[in-house]
Ligand binder design. Structure first.
Ligand code: AMP
Length: 477
């Protein structure tokens, strides 16, 4: 199958699912703004595209979608997939300067402000994408100091829809809980599983999740599938109502985005004895998820502390380099980073006998019947499930006038995982000023929790910044 045929297959599937749904009166989306049935969703995706055509008729120019957990956001996104409009999702957690930067990098002359249901002109000249049949470009933290756009083809999205519908242990007509912002591709698990299984997706805004009666609303909506990072589930365990007696419809937990540990699985087993627990792994560059496994009692009882990430999805293969790096080959691998030739040269691989690309993940791992991921070989980290390039924060700080030197480091917890990000700065500026300058250009989760002002940075005997000493100093500050 070639790319065009796969893109067409996605279209045929979406036309049927969105415009001739099996259960038109069943709820399809509950958002922070409104809820709509599958029949209403079909009408809404057509309306959205008509509106778009009036404002934005250029062919193969991406449209930026800017919002936060609204049903209208999901409508715009489904409409783009149906009408072959490449889109770029951006959440309100991004400050306006980062939105602007992304519009520039994507050459997007307009963005759709979801809350106002209005297209906004950016003043940026439109430029057609080099790639054809692109589904979306998702911007992640970039080591050079700017976000980098991961371009995902429609063939990859189609492969994922087919896989998630059959291999993620989801119930029939699932009610899917989404907490992830749409600029994080974890959100595409429930969004695309909803299309694959014609279920009901429940979108949860940050304020709703923080509210006392959030679990009441999940109970009332009969949420049956929970999709989140492990960190998010950990936070919810603090609530005594987070159990099977209260959330009696909940049948499956799908975890992805960071390492799943046994302690979390054991606690969930106690709270939800009947629920399946699924671990999935994958970088944004390989379309959302690449491996999956059910964490059974046998796996939990094994001697190893490490849980497996499972088996590869169809049409893709995992290669392990001699250094233990995981390299993904398959139709799920991105078309490339937008406009970043050097990064593409470093990360993307080509082989004469394969029509698909390979992607060097930067993750380390091994295989013994199942695949395992043990950590990273670079400075990319996960904090509360968010992917962050430490060097992007460092570069952003160094861009602030009056900063002479800066080192940014993750402070690790004893058992693994990041406790907080610390920045050491040689400057006359106050820590709060640095924080507020940073917050103008990066989302709040990238602003270091601790900023230490120094006269100079300590060096080790090799003349390099003494990171061990800084780590120790940060812990007593
Ligand atoms: P993102 O592109 O934000 O989805 O982040 C992808 C990265 O998160 C991967 O390259 C891994 O480092 C990490 N990751 C994702 N899922 C898992 C998992 N199940 N276990 C361990 N690490 C994971």
């Amino acid at each position: 199958m070639n790319i065009q045929t796969e893109s067409q297959a996605l279209n045929t599937y979406l036309v049927k699912t969105l415009l001739d749904p099996d259960s038109p009166d069943q709820l399809a989306i509950s958002g922070s703004d409104y809820a709509l049935t599958w029949h209403e969703l079909g009408e809404a995706v057509i309306r959205w595209e008509k509106n778009y055509q009036q404002h934005y008729p250029q062919h193969n120019v991406p449209v930026v979608l800017y919002g936060h957990q609204q049903a209208e956001f999901a409508v715009a996104l489904y409409s783009c997939l149906l009408h072959r409009i490449p889109y770029v999702p951006v959440d309100y957690i991004y400050p306006s300067e980062r939105l602007r930067e992304i519009c520039e990098l994507a050459s997007a002359p307009l963005y759709y402000d979801v809350e106002r249901q209005a297209f906004v002109e950016t003043g940026i000249p439109a430029k057609s994408l080099d790639q054809q049949d692109l589904a979306y470009t998702m911007f992640t933290s970039g080591s050079t100091g700017k976000p980098k756009g991961v371009q995902i083809g429609r063939e990859s999205v189609w492969g994922f829809i087919q896989w998630v519908g059959s291999n993620f242990f989801l119930p029939e007509k699932p009610v899917l809980m989404n907490h992830a912002v749409f600029s994080f591709d974890l959100s595409l698990i429930p969004l695309l599983a909803n299309l694959a299984k014609q279920g009901h997706i429940v979108l949860n805004a940050k304020e709703d999740i923080a509210s006392e009666d959030w679990l009441v609303s999940l109970k009332n909506k009969k949420v049956s599938a929970w999709i989140s990072t492990p960190s998010f589930a950990y936070q919810k365990l603090l609530s005594p109502q987070f159990n099977a007696d209260y959330l009696s419809a909940l049948q499956v937990f799908v975890f992805i985005g960071e390492m799943l540990n046994k302690a979390l699985v054991k606690q969930l087993r106690r709270r939800f004895p009947q629920a399946k627990i699924i671990n999935s792994y994958g970088p944004t560059e390989a379309t959302i998820a690449t491996t999956v496994v059910e964490i059974t009692d046998d796996i939990l009882a094994s001697d190893s502390d490490l849980l497996p990430i499972g088996q590869m999805m169809p049409d893709s293969q995992m290669e392990l380099t001699s250094e233990g790096e995981l390299v993904i080959w398959g139709k799920n691998v991105m078309r490339g980073y937008l406009g970043l030739a050097e990064e593409n040269r470093q990360k993307l691989l080509h082989r004469q006998d394969s029509q698909w690309r390979g992607y060097r993940t930067g993750d380390l791992g091994f295989e013994n019947g199942n695949l395992y991921c043990t950590g990273r070989n670079d400075s990319q980290i996960k904090l509360n499930g968010y992917r962050i390039e430490i060097s992007e924060i460092e570069n952003r700080i160094l861009n602030i006038a009056e900063i002479q030197e800066a080192v940014v480091m993750p402070l690790m917890k004893p058992g693994g995982g990041v406790l907080r990000i610390v920045a050491f700065c040689v400057t006359t500026l106050a820590a709060d000023t640095i924080k507020s300058e940073l917050a103008k250009v990066v989302p709040s989760y990238m602003v270091p929790g601790q900023i230490v002002i120094k006269d100079r940075l300590p060096l080790n005997p090799n003349g390099k910044v003494d990171r061990k000493l800084l780590d120790a100093q940060a812990r007593v500050c």
